[in-house]
Ligand binder design. Structure first.
Ligand SMILES: C[S@@+](CC[C@H](N)C(=O)[O-])C[C@H]1O[C@@H](n2cnc3c(N)ncnc32)[C@H](O)[C@@H]1O
Length: 324
């Protein structure tokens, strides 16, 4: 980030604006409207249901952040980051942006109180646990699952490239969400019997074979492989252990468990994305990102031993564990 210390700090402090500028652009349909080439705010406003003056200022804000490109005629086009606001493009971050602006944003206001009292910001602000809040309204759940799908789309291909899934005849994805990782497994192991396991409201309507349930109580038994992708980081050690024990109880002696998670770096600057994810866990849930040693200790407490640690190159490792 170039500039003086004061300029850098001022820009960081204005981060709250950038989150909402991105959200406004998506909600109005700006990326789609600019996909065909440069247009002015005046030209866009009627079509997008916006007032030209404020819309132009929002577009200029996005141009200042290089999300959009402003030409000399007052027209705007999509810059590199702007193109990733389009739906369905490779590496799209549309769902990621919307979840942050629409759901996580308000919860972050509770961070100071939570740091002082030890509570969870989301629960202090909303008076409700995160997953209960999502389950209470289909549109919230859809926003969250779209964000998970964006992130998982970046990770899933790297996971199945790094870890050979062809050896498995049956795979259960525990807390599998919209099933992005399981679709990637299906590409590699087309004959495997796949099961998406998640809360009823999440698996309802899935195109994958699905079982609804609560992973604290029970996980479908007897599969060759169990996936736990970005699930353990949602929970504190006691609850993460409950999930692992459910998986352990479902596994045969020769089953494997594949924990897909990021590992916290030694220093924050070594991997800022993992540090930010850890802060999402702090703001929203009772979870946290962990080191490899911390995952080994949890696995051990659940009667599982780490048999491989496979980096994927996409920010997550595949931690292979077996009963032992
Ligand atoms: C952070 S998301 C990860 C989704 C997916 N595995 C991925 O890698 O994108 C956590 C998932 O756990 C699910 N979940 C939360 N509580 C659950 C419970 N008690 N039983 C089953 N699934 C649960 C959520 O619905 C969500 O899909």
């Amino acid at each position: 980030m170039p500039g003086s210390a004061a300029e850098r700090l001022a820009r960081l402090a204005d981060g709250y604006l950038v989150t909402q500028l991105l959200h406004v652009a998506i909600a109005l349909g700006v990326p789609e409207a600019l996909a065909g080439g440069p247009r002015s705010a005046e030209d866009l406003a009627g079509e997008l249901g916006a007032v030209p003056g404020p819309l132009r200022r929002v577009l200029r804000g996005l141009a200042a952040e290089e999300v959009l490109v402003e030409d000399g005629d007052g027209r705007f086009s999509l810059g590199g980051p702007g193109r990733l606001l389009l739906p369905g493009v490779p590496s799209s971050l549309r769902g990621v942006v919307t979840a942050r602006a629409d759901i996580y944003y308000r919860a972050a206001v509770g961070l100071l109180d939570a740091v002082r009292t030890g509570g969870t910001p989301f629960e202090l602000v909303h008076g409700q646990a995160f997953f209960a809040f999502l389950s209470a309204a289909p549109e919230r759940l859809a926003v969250f699952q779209a964000s998970m799908a964006d992130r998982s789309a970046r990770e899933a291909g790297a996971v199945v490239d790094a870890y050979d899934m062809r050896r498995f005849a049956s795979v259960v994805d525990v807390g599998g969400g919209s099933g992005t990782l399981l679709w990637a497994v299906r590409d590699r192991a087309p004959h495997a019997e796949l099961t998406l396991f998640d809360l009823p409201e999440v698996v309802d309507g899935s195109d994958l074979p699905a079982v609804a349930g609560d992973f604290f109580a029970h996980v479908p038994g007897g599969a060759d492989a169990y996936l736990l992708s970005r699930v353990l980081h949602d929970w504190d050690d006691a609850d993460a252990l409950r999930v692992l024990r459910s998986c352990r109880a479902a596994m045969r002696p020769d089953s494997v468990l594949l924990v897909v998670e990021a590992l916290v770096p030694e220093r924050a600057v070594d991997d800022p994305a993992v540090v930010r994810m850890d802060l999402h866990m702090l703001v929203l849930l009772h979870g946290r990102e962990r080191t490899a040693a911390e995952y080994v200790a949890l696995l051990d407490a659940a009667g599982l031993r780490l048999t491989a640690d496979v980096p994927t190159g996409a920010g997550v490792h595949v931690l292979e564990a077996r009963p032992g």
